[in-house]
Design a protein around this ligand. Structure first.
Ligand SMILES: Cc1cc2nc3c(=O)[nH]c(=O)nc-3n(C[C@H](O)[C@H](O)[C@H](O)COP(=O)(O)OP(=O)(O)OC[C@H]3O[C@@H](n4cnc5c(N)ncnc54)[C@H](O)[C@@H]3O)c2cc1C
Ligand code: FES
Length: 246
């Protein structure tokens, strides 16, 4: 569904990451689903930018956006009361299981994990949230994560105790958990796959998209021997079934 909506809140979390709040009644989104956001009113940039749902509370949508290029820079110039076009929500998302869960976020991959954390908290499901970023300033939404998670682990790749989210998992006993969910850069998902936690891991794949609506096949991923579209069939896939080398 395509809607023209008004921004009702904007906040910079650090020099690169900002949030947008948008009132959007009438949707029932699941963690992992995303919107295609129109970044300009002109035909250039032509493609919409996929942005995950980071929270949906009281009919209000939260988007957490990192400025990486032209599209996200254009979006970052929007302010409260500006309008923006959203198409979606897209993707199948996940129905979180009521089992002790492990959430693993790397960088801006925190956005959909944050939504999942809120859903698990509401359903009184215990979970540990492991979150890594390059720098301490890159660790956003920490307060909300601490509030919702049964246990939280924050790590950075720089500084005194430098480590990654995947390496931080070595300090936990994965057998205490029944299921894991992960979102972050492809390199993080690859190392997680190699590590093999011994429990099902659902990976939220946030790679490049083209059309974002199932038509161009530009987002194909080899999953259990078949090509799947991240935008329509995903973006959540069981990690062990993904062939990252295809
Ligand atoms: C399903 C999905 C959900 C996403 N959710 C979020 C979200 O909640 N918040 C958020 O900030 N971003 C999210 N992203 C990533 C976001 O869509 C891209 O960062 C954005 O489209 C980049 O647009 P741009 O015009 O600013 O950058 P471009 O000019 O297109 O690219 C700038 C640089 O960023 C790199 N880049 C672009 N897209 C990606 C990507 N998807 N992964 C890794 N590198 C990339 C390019 O290679 C280039 O080096 C999501 C992506 C997907 C597929
Ligand atoms: S982005 Fe075009 S089919 Fe997925």
């Amino acid at each position: 569904m395509k809607r023209r909506v008004r921004i009702c809140g904007k906040k910079w979390l650090n020099t690169e990451i900002f949030t947008l709040r948008i009132r959007l009644p009438g949707i029932s989104p699941k963690p992992g689903q995303f919107f295609q956001v129109r970044v300009a009113e002109t035909l250039d940039p032509f493609l919409n930018r996929p942005i995950s749902i980071a929270s949906y509370e009281k009919d209000t949508l939260l988007l957490v956006i990192k400025v990486v290029g032209r599209g996200t820079a254009l979006l970052s110039r929007k302010t409260v009361d500006d309008e923006v076009t959203l198409i979606g929500p897209f993707g199948t998302g996940v129905q979180p299981k009521k089992k002790n869960s492990l959430l693993i976020a790397g960088g801006i991959g925190v956005a959909p994990m944050y939504f999942l954390a809120q859903r698990l908290y509401k359903r009184k499901t215990p979970f540990t949230f492991v979150y890594g970023a390059k720098t301490a300033a890159g660790l956003v939404l920490k307060e909300g994560i601490r509030k919702h998670a049964t246990e939280s682990v924050f790590v950075t790749e720089q500084g005194r105790n430098k480590t990654t989210a995947v390496d931080a998992l070595r300090t936990l006993d994965a057998r205490e958990y029944s299921v894991a969910y992960a979102c972050g850069p492809r390199a993080m998902l690859r190392s997680l796959q190699k590590m093999d936690l011994g429990i099902p891991v659902y990976a939220f794949c946030e790679d490049f998209l083209g059309c974002g609506c199932g038509l161009c096949l530009g987002c194909a991923i080899l999953y259990r021997g078949q090509y799947k579209r991240i935008c329509e069939d995903g973006p959540v896939f069981e990690l062990s079934g993904i062939n990252f080398d295809a």
